[in-house]
Design a protein around this ligand. Sequence first.
Ligand SMILES: [Zn+2]
Length: 382
Amino acid sequence: MSAPNKSYDPVEVEALKPEVIDRAKDEALAAVAAAGDLEALREVKAAHAGDRSPLALANREIGALPPHAKADAGKRVGQARGAVSQALKQRQEELERERDERVLVEEAVDVTLPYDRLPAGARHPLTTFSERVEDVFVAMGYAVAEGPETEAEWFNFDALNIGPDHPARTMQDTFFVRGPGEPGDGDAPGSAEDSGVVLRTHTSPVQIRTLLDREPPVYVICPGRVFRTDELDATHTPVFTQVELLAVDEGLTMADLKGTLDHMVRELFGEGVHTRLRPNYFPFTEPSAEMDMVCYRCHGASVGDPDNPCRTCSSEGWIELGGCGMVNPRVLTACGVDPERYSGFAFGFGIERMMMFRHNVEDMRDMVEGDVRFTRPFGMEI
Ligand SMILES: [Zn+2]
């Protein structure tokens, strides 16, 4: 650094003395280093680099110097201001980095902490599973059809070829409902049985209503609650959920039924699962069959292998799903559909039963009692 030049006598200009400049610079750098946060640094910047800071004032004095002295003083002040400005910039970056790291720590959310908010809740697994079944058929062009849970006997029985003397029509199996406006005599059973109104014992009356409503081709899936006079125990419930399917079109055969069943179980239980049909009898289908599907867990490998038992199918290899068959021509006739021109197939199964083996539920009461300890493991599907 050059010494004061006698010819311009910088002693006269106090602000430009080298020691004053150096002191101002040192004070500024010390203040910058001491600034503990961004707010403090802003104040340091105003005091040591602002318009009224000693170095800014010194800079202004340069203009008053004789020309030959300007360069020397300008260089000294400029270097000091540059050093202060550089220190401010560095400290600013340091403090911003520290602030960002602190924010990350302070505002972090511990997702493992227990919480005491009310849980949002979810729909019952019976509902979501029932809708999953619907989705499989809606994707194939089927419509979802619904009907009343309180039903006329004609829809529930007669139209489905279930004759007046069929055992299902007794009060041991069916809930009869006293009709509106009917003179009541307490709870005597006779009056209700004559009312012609029942709680539907299956969702088949929805199929009848659909056939009466629409011209074929008809492709519908009918999910819903049905009622039978069972006691609630581990394997029975008086109210359960059924899904039934009906297809009526020209030229439908049992091959279409079989292909549809195979597609459904593949969609619901995965590749490699298929169905088989066993002869059975239902009044509303002819021919009729029980449908089984190959066990989706062991795929039949547990049969005859006592070392690897399968809980899902009890090592039988097959799981019974429900009933099916070709729609009885008498049902088509009852609905005004020409059985010479149209044929159809139908099947139905209980959602509760499917849930029981799909999730190894051992007691049917768990599914109807509404205890969230049962439904919670099924997740928050909505
Ligand atoms: Zn199995």
